[in-house]
Design a protein around this ligand. Structure first.
Ligand SMILES: N=c1c2ncn([C@@H]3O[C@H](COP(=O)(O)OP(=O)(O)OP(=O)(O)O)[C@@H](O)[C@H]3O)c2ncn1[C@@H]1O[C@H](COP(=O)(O)O)[C@@H](O)[C@H]1O
Length: 104
């Protein structure tokens, strides 16, 4: 199992945990809209570090983005396996060809 798959499994487990002892449980208890908002905030923080070209902070913020993406997916019952499946489907297809295929 990859670290992302491990983390997604931990997040799914924490959905039933006590919000007092788990950040994930606390965030999920606030609902999908709050999870989406938090993901957006973390993404903006990563954007800021990318623009500033601070590679150390960008690495830290990118980890936050991935964690909060997984929490957002869990909040809407979207499996990481389905996201990875979509990426696998795109493998070998250039981004230009993929965009053209969506227009037709
Ligand atoms: N990867 C993470 C992870 N990344 C970030 N965070 C938390 O996300 C929170 C939000 O980050 P912020 O920088 O916005 O923190 P903040 O300023 O306190 O938040 P605000 O009050 O401003 O909303 C912080 O409290 C971080 O600790 C994470 N919390 C948990 N995990 C993973 O999830 C697992 C389960 O964690 P729990 O659910 O807490 O048991 C952990 O073992 C980790 O593997």
């Amino acid at each position: 199992m990859s670290i992302l798959e491990d983390l997604a499994a931990t997040i799914a487990e924490r959905a039933k945990a006590d919000p007092e002892s788990s950040w994930t449980a606390k965030l999920l208890a606030k609902g999908p809209e709050k999870c989406a908002e938090k993901f957006g905030e973390e993404a903006i923080e990563a954007v800021i570090e990318a623009v500033k070209n601070d590679r150390e902070k960008l690495t830290y913020e990118a980890a936050d983005v991935l964690y909060h993406l997984l929490v957002m997916l869990e909040s809407r019952d979207v499996a990481l396996a389905d996201v990875l499946g979509e990426l696998a489907r795109r493998q070998g297809m250039s981004g230009v060809a993929e965009k053209a295929s969506r227009k037709s």
